[in-house]
Design a protein around this ligand. Structure first.
Ligand SMILES: C[S@@+](CC[C@H](N)C(=O)[O-])C[C@H]1O[C@@H](n2cnc3c(N)ncnc32)[C@H](O)[C@@H]1O
Length: 424
């Protein structure tokens, strides 16, 4: 098969090379794979597999599936050797936008159980066959002009053609398709024809060559018209927020967590019937420290542990951490990535021990390293003061005491902490 030099065929739409190559990190790949509901797929396809980060994470989860990977770039295969250690794997050096793709990769359309894809964000030179591809995927009427379809939409279309009914598609998508007004028609078709299960807003800078905003989207082909979509956000350390659920009409407008989250808090201000909002609903991330008590002296920096919570007695203001734990961003950046830290603005809460309700304080400067007995709760700024006031109030302390488990030493689970209701 002859493939034209990509510079002649494509114009990169954002800061990528002419193949539209961005490589997904393992943590994003594993979040995508784990967000997908499919239990035991037989055939998994990844179009534009690149170095295979997503395929490798999928192979760890679904190790008896048959993997079929495709990339137009001949060099991709050099990274994929180890995939066959997990199960059957066939790779094709192939243009994924070929009208007869299924035949070229030894499949029939409508037979694939799982599609995985981080499409190139480029605009391929238009070919007549693209109109047919969009038509067969039900997407031809989704744009005011089919000529506006970029490689991202065409890759989605090819995946939809390959998938069987109820097959699952896991995508990494650019901001345009998720929030752009121009793509409202695309979102409408996806939400109407398929079950869009969830969308996760990824942190900017998650891809090394770009700060572009990207998202994970999981859908089930012909899984029924979408009634509501779960939106989440992912922090730089890979933690997922609790979901917010939006109705499909709101989802047509935009599918990004940050927009609906801020709109939501506005709405809550005028909702007289709503008595409570859970801490989870206003939480950006909840990180648990990574160092156990025997490792506290292992990193050369003081680690904030259970005995370090300053007494706050009956004060309604949570005290700050003692200054010896405060570190500069520079010092914290030198630590290995697996060491969990709390940042300025975080609320520290004891996860285990006695009198958990007394153990709350805040990080007011820099950041600090926390032990695995401590949570760092990051709350969206407009709600932070309300959460601190609640957790240090008599009602909040009572709620923590009541919700923590265990005889003697108690522990507070993530779920229980995020389920605490703030009065509004
Ligand atoms: C954004 S990268 C994603 C790579 C990998 N899946 C990941 O997530 O790390 C897009 C990939 O699509 C490939 N690609 C671009 N145009 C293609 C085409 N027409 N057919 C097949 N692969 C293509 C590129 O070579 C690149 O590996």
């Amino acid at each position: 098969m002859h493939l034209e030099p990509q510079s002649a065929l494509m114009r990169a739409s954002i800061n990528s090379d002419s193949w539209g190559r961005y490589y997904t990190s393992n943590s994003v790949s594993s979040t995508l794979v784990n967000a997908m509901g499919c239990m035991s797929p037989r055939v998994i396809v990844e179009l534009g597999v690149g170095k295979g980060s997503i395929a490798f994470e999928a192979a760890k989860r679904w190790n008896s599936a048959k993997f079929i990977t495709v990339d137009a770039d001949r060099s991709a295969i050099t990274h994929l050797d180890a995939l066959s250690n997990y199960g059957e794997h066939t790779h094709h050096v192939q243009d994924a936008l070929d009208d007869s793709l299924a035949e070229r990769i030894g499949l029939d359309f409508g037979t694939v159980d799982v599609g995985l894809c981080n499409p190139p964000y480029v605009r391929p030179q238009w070919r007549e066959s693209f109109g047919e591809i969009l038509e067969q995927a039900g997407l031809s009427g989704s744009l005011s002009s089919v000529y506006d379809a970029g490689a991202d939409l065409l890759f989605i279309a090819q995946n939809l053609r390959l998938l069987r009914k109820f097959g699952t598609l896991g995508l990494i998508l650019p901001d345009g398709l998720i929030t752009g007004e121009k793509y409202q028609g695309v979102r409408s078709v996806l939400l109407k024809d398929h079950l869009v299960e969830q969308v996760v807003q990824l942190p900017r800078k998650v891809f090394s060559k770009t700060e572009a905003q990207t998202y994970l989207l999981v859908l089930s082909k012909y899984g029924g018209e979408t009634q509501s979509v779960a939106l989440k956000t992912m922090s730089m350390d890979g933690q997922l927020s609790t979901p917010i659920h939006i109705a499909s009409d709101d989802a047509k407008r935009r599918l990004d967590y940050s927009f609906h989250f801020s709109g939501r808090s506005e709405a809550q201000k005028v909702l007289p019937k709503r008595l409570h909002v859970s801490i989870g609903e206003v939480t950006q991330s909840l990180v648990r420290g990574s160092l156990c008590s025997s490792q506290l002296k292992s990193i050369g920096l003081p680690v904030f542990h259970l005995g370090d919570f300053p007494a706050h007695g009956l004060s309604k203001v949570a005290p700050g951490i003692p200054s010896k734990f405060t570190q500069s961003k520079k010092a914290l950046a030198k630590l290995p990535k697996n060491i969990k830290i709390a940042e300025k603005g975080d609320i520290l809460i004891a996860r285990i021990g006695r009198n958990l309700q007394e153990k709350i304080c805040t990080v007011n400067r820099g950041g600090c390293v926390i032990s695995d007995c401590v949570y760092a709760l990051r709350v969206a700024p407009p709600h932070r003061e309300a959460v601190i006031a609640y957790l240090t109030s008599a009602a909040g302390r009572k709620a923590i005491e009541a919700t923590s488990h265990g005889v003697g030493a108690k522990y507070l689970s993530r779920f229980d902490l995020l389920s605490l209701n703030l009065p509004i």
